[in-house]
Design a binder for this molecule. Structure first.
Ligand SMILES: [Zn+2]
Length: 295
């Protein structure tokens, strides 16, 4: 039985919550099988098509998700990292009707982009169809709800673009950044070697609010929650030659086992680095950040 409009809105919100929960539990990318496990009041609802890209559950009036496969038959182009141009399905047969309707109703949907691991996807949600380009047979999808604030998201003024880059882009980049860092470091804290992805963060070396704080794996380090906070708070520094340095005053402090074993004993350790050297932290980034720590 088809869901009412109100139910559909509730289910979408609940799906976003479900994805949030999985990510809080450490999951950073999803297989099609993972995305078939969602249930609403006992009823199973797939979040992606078993094979294709545009997913229109029968009981929904508009598209629920779109997915880009690497090397797929469609050329889904990311535009400035803020938008994705997503092609209509080649065979018309109604598949595009619900996608076009998502533009009219501005219902939120999910965009699944290829992860670093094959056959897995990172999730962007809620995203919105911000343009229906019938001439080129594609839609333009805004990767963040904030873009709806712009009168014409495709024609941003310099001020709007700067604001978007400073505030929104970090969030847009986060899912793939986390996947890149987690796979490069094999889900291990680079300082203490803890291996529980639920307790790990993809930390930025140069903060993402900074213009040099790009979301590349070479500006990232996998750190457990405590070492991430200690690094961001300059209790711990990482030198350009990949050595862990603990703040000198903190080294002399006497406290419980967390300070002793968790922080002081990390002083002088060498960072646990990714297997591939081209994924190691950029020395220039470490040096730039280390200056802040040393000051
Ligand atoms: Zn750690």
């Amino acid at each position: 039985m088809a869901f009412t409009q109100a139910e559909q809105a509730l289910i979408r919100e609940d799906i976003f919550r479900w994805l949030d929960e999985l990510q809080l539990a450490g999951q950073y990318d999803f297989s099609r099988e993972d995305l078939s496990k969602y249930t609403w009041r006992g009823q199973s609802i797939r979040l992606v098509d078993p094979q294709g890209g545009i997913w229109n559950p029968r009981d929904f009036d508009t598209t629920l998700s779109i997915l880009t496969t690497p090397n797929g038959p469609y050329d889904d182009k990311p535009e400035d990292g803020m938008f994705v141009r997503y092609a209509y399905a080649k065979a018309e047969k109604g598949t595009n009707t619900k996608l076009k309707r998502a533009f009219v109703t501005q219902e939120p949907l999910i965009y699944f982009a290829p992860s670093t691991r094959s056959n897995r996807y990172v999730a962007h949600y809620p995203v919105y169809v911000s343009q229906d380009d019938e001439e080129n047979r594609e839609v333009v999808v805004a990767l963040d709800a904030q873009f709806k604030l712009f009168a014409d998201p495709l024609q941003l003024g310099a001020d709007e673009r700067e604001w978007a880059e400073r505030t929104v882009m970090a969030r847009v980049h986060q899912p793939l950044f986390r996947a890149k860092v987690m796979t490069a470091y094999e889900e291990t804290c680079a300082i203490c070697s803890l291996r529980h992805k639920q307790l790990l963060d993809a930390a930025h070396i140069i903060p993402d609010s900074h213009e040099r704080g790009v979301a590349l794996v070479t500006n990232g380090i996998s750190l457990c929650k405590i070492h991430h906070a200690a690094y961001d708070g300059n209790f711990i520094g990482i030198s350009p030659d990949y050595k862990v340095v603990v703040n000198s005053e903190l080294l002399l402090e006497v406290d419980g086992p967390m300070l002793k074993h968790g922080i002081q004993e990390m002083h002088g350790r060498t960072l646990v680095l990714p297997k591939k050297e081209n994924e190691w932290p950029e020395r220039e980034n470490l040096a730039f950040r280390f200056e802040t720590f040393a000051a």
